[in-house]
Ligand binder design. Structure first.
Ligand code: PXP
Length: 242
């Protein structure tokens, strides 16, 4: 299983003081050297953390895989066509949210999403759709022409009781199985941390995890290199079943 690290919050710290540091471009090099399989940034419409300049420079320096998270807007599609990340993950976006709050309603937005996916794929970029663990959203993602889905693990991460957590885990397992059986590659992410990642990492159909906040938060105390390595260790242990 691969770990892709979202470095948005390195830029959040920079923007807290509108300084030029810490630079997410430096962070990308460190996470790659620590063993991450890719770097993720979310270029939001309001540019609250990652800026266009970051994306351009990251495209030049990232040697593994650059995943651009973005809303399905004309502006973002043009940026993707121009910058050409290795992959794009289309996410829903609301200005007032603290972070992405749920999966895309692929079923409800199908015609528009389908043409967006077609355009992005036309630029030679793989497309992932960020979806809740629901069978109908997986089926709609196939119709939209996506190469992969990223299953939203936020409800699992935030579940208030163990029972709800287990129910959500079951939904994630079922959605992952369905997606794989439909020929989609399966990723997962949101809200994963050093305490809750193990159960998700055990799911064999999931090939990649997308993790940001918990890694950048731990990096403040132990450094980014160690924070990435610690996460990889847990993921690898889960895969080996130890
Ligand atoms: N996946 C998607 C689609 C996201 O929007 C985010 C947050 O930017 C993540 C994964 C990473 O979530 P977290 O920062 O909670 O690890």
């Amino acid at each position: 299983m691969k770990l892709m690290v979202n470095i948005d919050h390195v830029a959040t710290l920079r923007e807290a003081r509108r300084t030029s540091y810490p630079d997410p471009v430096y962070a990308a090099g460190i996470v790659e050297m620590a063993g991450a399989s890719g770097v993720i940034v979310h270029l939001r419409e309001d540019r609250r953390h990652i800026k266009d300049r970051d994306l351009r420079l990251l495209r030049e320096v990232v040697r593994t895989k650059l995943n651009l998270e973005m809303a399905q807007t004309e502006e973002m599609i043009r940026i993707a066509e121009d910058v050409k990340p290795d992959m794009v993950t289309i996410v829903p976006e609301r200005r007032e949210e603290l972070t992405t709050e749920g999966g895309l309603d692929v079923k409800g937005l199908l015609p528009g999403l389908k043409s967006a996916v077609e355009r992005i794929k036309g630029a030679g970029i793989k497309v992932s759709l960020f979806v809740d663990p629901e069978i109908e959203q997986i089926e709609a993602s196939v119709l939209a022409g996506a190469d992969m889905v990223e299953i939203h693990t936020g409800r699992y991460a935030d579940a208030p009781t163990e029972r709800e957590k287990m129910e959500e885990l079951k939904r994630i397992v079922d959605a992952a199985k369905k997606a794989k059986s439909e020929g989609l590659k399966v990723h997962a992410g949101h809200g994963l941390n050093y305490h809750n990642v193990y159960e998700i990492a055990k799911i064999p159909e999931i090939e990649e995890l997308s993790i940001g906040h918990s890694i950048v938060a731990r990096a403040i105390f132990v450094g980014l290199d160690r924070a990435v390595r610690d996460m990889i260790k847990i993921i690898e242990a889960a895969r080996r079943g130890v």
